[in-house]
Design a protein around this ligand. Structure first.
Ligand code: SF4
Length: 418
């Protein structure tokens, strides 16, 4: 149960049932959140438009219940058109916030994480650190490479949901040196307790992996964080081998959509330059070289038919990767800005399937320490949606064991090597 204090939540098809923390997270992604002018956000993390533009919301942490002793982090859409029509409204103030569902006046207590004190600090090149990286949940997100090259085609062949081409430069530093990144990682580790930094880079021709590898090496040697890299796939797989040798802990591949026609329509650059097969073969190469559960396949739910999303989840888990599923957000400024948001009931079905599919393949989801991603429903959060069966309890026991067994390994990998 969440911090719901009274009344009843409304879930499509199951009216009057209170929402648990994961269900509320899904519904917030689908509906957004209204923030009335008289609600003070003093001290809270600002709304930042970075990376694919998905970080355009208000960061919230929803208590998942005293038994679970965890919070579910959500980057709730607040600036998009659809959020103005949301039944959800933020209430309260810095002394204590709640989300009110105006359909039935039910309330859920939430926490607004504070803006890190290191955000305005300057790197030695005099760049404010929040223009190098931002926290998204409990991890540090950095768009390290130059702007994704799909934006410089004429006409552009960018993914239609993306706004990276508008954000890199105006909202974050277009150039991020290794020293900028190392100094920002240090501040985030020391002052915000970050354990994981995610380096994202879009499409960089055949040079993206080569560009990012020295960043990974420097972070591993000088800072000691878990490092993830998300980049368009490259045909020369030796680039992945170099990255793995540099110490990368996680690699993710943004397939986005499984249906070939939807893929070509929404991701014209990816369809023209890569083709879907390359995503699977690059993923397979990395799965073979990395520990089980270290690779993920990222997809967007809420655009193609749900059956295809479920199929994509099954394909990814059958390979030995875990699925990262973004709920489609029609972000301001994106080509798909006017598209409708997905329905709660379909997205709940998708997330429930994430859990079942990970369970079927005994993926050790949630084993890494303190990685709460606010932009997506984390695979391990979907346990809150699962039916309580013997299989559920066996998998949960396995996940607990995996967490304990992996703790020493992660501790070692978070120790600076220099
Ligand atoms: S590959 Fe697509 S989603 Fe990624 S940065 Fe480029 S345009 Fe955006």
């Amino acid at each position: 149960m969440t911090g719901k204090t009274r009344g009843r939540g409304i879930a499509e098809g199951s009216a009057f049932m209170p929402l648990n923390a994961c269900e509320l997270e899904i519904d917030l992604f689908c509906h957004g959140l209204r923030v009335p002018e008289d609600v003070s956000l003093d001290g809270a993390r600002g709304v930042s438009r970075t990376r694919a533009g998905l970080g355009s919301g208000l960061e919230l942490a929803i208590p998942a219940g005293s038994r679970l002793k965890r919070e579910i982090w959500v980057n709730a859409p607040v600036v998009e058109h659809f959020a103005r029509l949301s039944p959800y409204r933020l209430a309260g103030g810095p002394a204590g916030y709640a989300i009110v569902d105006d359909r039935d006046a039910s309330q859920y207590s939430v926490r607004l994480p504070l803006e890190p004190s290191w955000y305005p600090r300057l790197t030695s090149r005099e760049v404010p650190m929040h223009r190098i990286g931002v926290l998204q949940g409990t991890y540090l997100a950095i768009y390290a490479n130059p702007t994704c090259a799909f934006w410089s085609y004429s006409p552009p062949v960018n993914c239609k949901f993306c706004t990276t081409g508008q954000n890199v430069g105006p909202n974050e530093s277009a150039v991020k040196t290794i020293q900028d990144v190392v100094e920002t990682c240090w501040a985030a580790k020391n002052e915000s307790g970050v354990t994981f930094v995610h380096l994202n880079g879009g499409f960089q021709g055949s040079r993206g992996l080569e560009f990012i590898t020295p960043y990974v090496r420097a972070i591993k040697r000088q800072v000691g964080l878990l490092v993830g890299v998300q980049m368009s796939p490259e045909r020369e797989f030796s680039g992945y081998d170099a990255l793995i040798d540099a110490g990368v802990d996680h690699l993710s591949f943004c397939l986005e959509l499984l249906d070939p026609q939807w893929f070509a329509r929404i991701c014209p650059g990816k369809a023209r330059v890569h083709g879907q097969a390359l995503y699977f073969s690059a993923m397979a190469h990395c799965i073979n070289r990395m520990p089980y559960g270290a690779v993920s396949g990222e997809i967007i739910a809420g655009i193609e038919p749900v059956a295809k999303t479920l199929e994509a989840i099954d394909r990814i888990t059958a390979m030995g990767a875990f699925p990262t599923v973004c709920i489609f957000r029609p972000t301001v400024g994106a080509d798909m800005e006017e598209w409708p948001t997905p329905s709660y009931s379909e997205m709940r079905t998708v997330m429930e399937h994430v859990y079942q599919s990970c369970r079927r393949h005994w993926l050790p989801i949630g084993a890494a320490p303190n990685i709460e991603v606010s932009l997506v429903v984390n695979p391990d959060e979907t346990a809150l949606l699962a039916e309580r069966t013997i299989g559920f309890y066996a998998y949960e026991a396995y996940r607990r064991f995996a967490r304990v067994a992996a703790a020493a390994v992660f501790r070692r990998r978070m120790y600076p090597a220099a």
